[in-house]
Design a protein around this ligand. Structure first.
Ligand code: TYC
Length: 102
């Protein structure tokens, strides 16, 4: 009986903890950035291996865009900024964006 009361109280007062929304980082195709440079950015910024980088790059090349990673908003935005900074320094129009996962 005491247990039942205790359990009910615990359930009734349990605070709702919202799971933070996850963001996907997208890589977008363009006609100018060399494939090797896209792969380099994926390796350096997203710490992806050669094979995974090649797959993501070729998917974006063929389909127009590709999801690189799904992660918390702050991480996604930092990665986009880092990747776009490398592209800007090299004067390539390579684009990454972050958007909420459905
Ligand atoms: N389309 C580019 C080319 O043919 C390569 C490329 C691939 C650029 C993927 C961007 O997200 C990209 N040189």
């Amino acid at each position: 009986m005491a247990n039942q009361v205790g359990l009910k109280q615990q359930t009734a007062t349990k605070p709702k903890v919202e799971r933070p929304k996850l963001y996907k980082v997208l890589l977008h195709n363009d006609d100018y950035t060399p494939r090797e440079f896209v792969v380099l950015v994926l390796k350096v910024v997203f710490r992806m291996g050669e094979e995974a980088s090649q797959k993501v790059m070729i998917t974006a090349h063929r389909m127009g865009s590709c999801v690189v990673v799904v992660c918390p908003k702050d991480v996604a935005e930092t990665k986009v900024t880092e990747a776009m900074d490398l592209a800007k320094d090299a004067e390539f129009p390579l684009m990454f964006t972050a958007e909420p996962e459905e």
